[in-house]
Design a protein around this ligand. Structure first.
Ligand code: SF4
Length: 482
């Protein structure tokens, strides 16, 4: 029997089934242990330091106890601490991005995804480079600066060369004042050599959802295709890091398996990356299974309520305080609104989840990977965020300045957010307001920027930010290194 070892490079040892089961038992036994829960909450709370805040995070066992706990007063405290952590390390910034679907050709058999090979009802489509260009122009015209490219797995139709060519095309498009400054990549698990090619192509984060950490379920949910190999899939992030990619994004598809199992597996995966590579995941996404062609979410009996979903999000925030958290337009405005307070730091806006979706008037449902719940435009999302006290940020400076992996983490840990990310967020928001926003959004935006500038503690940094904002408003200058 495999033994639990977070430092091992073998999936069955770092995501160890016996350890997860023992963790769940331990959590169940202690879910009403107020003394222990208080101790864990105290450990999770951010502590003030001379330069900012520090936070120790939680082990998968500790975080699982909090997730199991249903004492209302303690759950409320979990939410409060999640909010404190979010504000301490990310401030009120929310990073904005959009997905870009390149191809829905796929040789896998994932039973929860409409792109699975056996689905003959949907048209298969792969963007040409001209079409990629047109999609990028449409995204730039909305105001996007950061994309996550998505593609099915198909070595014939979407080989790595195709993905690399698309990345090159995306970075080459400069339409009016627009450019895409960070391309994150969400493609199937691949080889170290291919990860190295992605790194050389200048990608931001490599994102790969585990879908489920439960091996037996995983094998059933992925009955055919290369993705059937649980170990190869689970060990992908180690290969990505070996290939030089130091920002990786984890996620599970909640609803496929019991959420407590998935949660423990997810935190163990983060612990493993930290133990082996010295840096945890850059982001964690929290998607829930949604309706799509050929897919009925009710067919999966592990679906979770909005309440549980919020608790999962908050507990992840407590366990891995320095990791960015992403929520997509799979979720409604109402759910996104609640989760933003509990630790989410990135949202997508104005998204189309179909191949070629940004250049068509209507949403082309036939190639959609999932139903979009939040169908508002980017302008509406930006305005809504600002009205709720968040700063939508289009900043990509860390990645462009080489502050990735542990260098980004140390910036985050040293609490330099207000002197670094905050002014950058305000400057990139100004760019957005000037170039793309409606008059209403502009009005709300400039009021917010005026207030938020005053929160920058260092006088000199505030002066520079003000100067750059004036520059952006008064000229076409867009050559800052955001
Ligand atoms: S989830 Fe990904 S790998 Fe699976 S069928 Fe869909 S596109 Fe293919």
């Amino acid at each position: 029997m495999a033994i639990y070892n977070p430092k091992s490079l073998k999936a069955e040892e770092f995501i160890n089934d016996a350890e997860i089961r023992e963790t769940l038992e331990y959590a169940e036994q202690n879910k009403n242990n107020v003394e222990l829960i208080d101790k864990i909450l105290e450990k999770a709370r951010p502590k003030k330091t001379a330069t900012g805040y520090t936070c120790s995070g939680l082990t998968h066992r500790e975080a699982s106890v909090l997730l199991a706990c249903d004492i209302p007063e303690k759950v409320e405290q979990i939410y409060q601490i999640a909010e404190e952590i979010k504000l301490a390390f990310y401030g009120n910034r929310i990073v904005i991005f959009a997905p870009l679907y390149l191809s829905n050709y796929c040789v896998n058999g994932c039973v929860y995804c409409p792109y699975h090979l056996k689905n003959k009802r949907i048209p298969r489509k792969k963007l040409t480079q001209e079409e990629v260009k047109a999609e990028v122009i449409a995204l730039q015209d909305m105001g996007h600066k950061r994309l996550a490219i998505e593609s099915g797995e198909d070595p014939v139709n979407n080989p790595i060369e195709y993905i690399l060519e698309c990345i090159k095309t995306i970075y080459s498009v400069h339409h009016k004042n627009g450019d895409i400054r960070r391309v994150n990549v969400n493609i199937a698990a691949t080889t170290v050599e291919n990860y190295r090619k992605l790194k050389d192509a200048g990608i931001g984060t490599y994102i790969l959802f585990q879908e489920t950490y439960h091996k037996e379920s995983y094998l059933k949910l992925h009955p055919t295709g290369p993705k059937h190999d649980y170990d190869y899939h689970t060990e992908a992030m180690d290969r990505a890091m070996e290939g030089g990619i130091d920002d990786v994004g984890l996620g599970v598809l909640f609803g496929l398996e019991l959420y407590k199992y998935e949660f423990a597996g997810l935190i163990m995966h983060a612990e493993h990356l930290e133990a082996v590579h010295g840096v945890g995941p850059h982001t964690i996404s929290v998607p829930r299974i949604k309706r799509a062609d050929d897919i009925d979410p009710d067919a999966f009996d592990n679906s979770i309520s909005d309440e549980i979903f919020a608790k999962i999000t908050a507990c992840i925030r407590l366990a891995v305080p320095y990791t960015g958290m992403i929520i997509s337009t799979r979720e409604s405005e109402e759910v996104r609104s609640k989760l933003l307070r509990l630790g989410i730091s990135q949202v997508s806006g104005g998204s189309r989840t179909s191949v070629g979706g940004y250049t068509t008037q209507e949403r082309p449902h036939d190639t959609e990977q999932f139903d979009v719940s939040d169908q508002r435009t980017l302008d509406e999302v930006v305005k809504w965020l600002m009205e709720n006290g968040h700063i939508p940020s289009f900043c990509t400076a860390c990645y462009r300045e080489g502050r990735t992996g542990d260098r980004f983490m140390s910036l985050c840990k040293s609490g330099q957010i207000l002197n670094c990310c905050h002014p950058n967020a305000l400057m990139t928001l100004t760019e957005y307001l000037e170039d793309y926003a409606s008059e209403d959004t502009k009005k709300v935006g400039y009021e917010l920027i005026k207030k938020e500038l005053l929160r920058i503690p260092k006088d000199r940094v505030r002066e520079i930010a003000q100067h750059n904002i004036d520059d952006i408003m008064n000229s076409n200058r867009r050559d800052f290194r955001f």
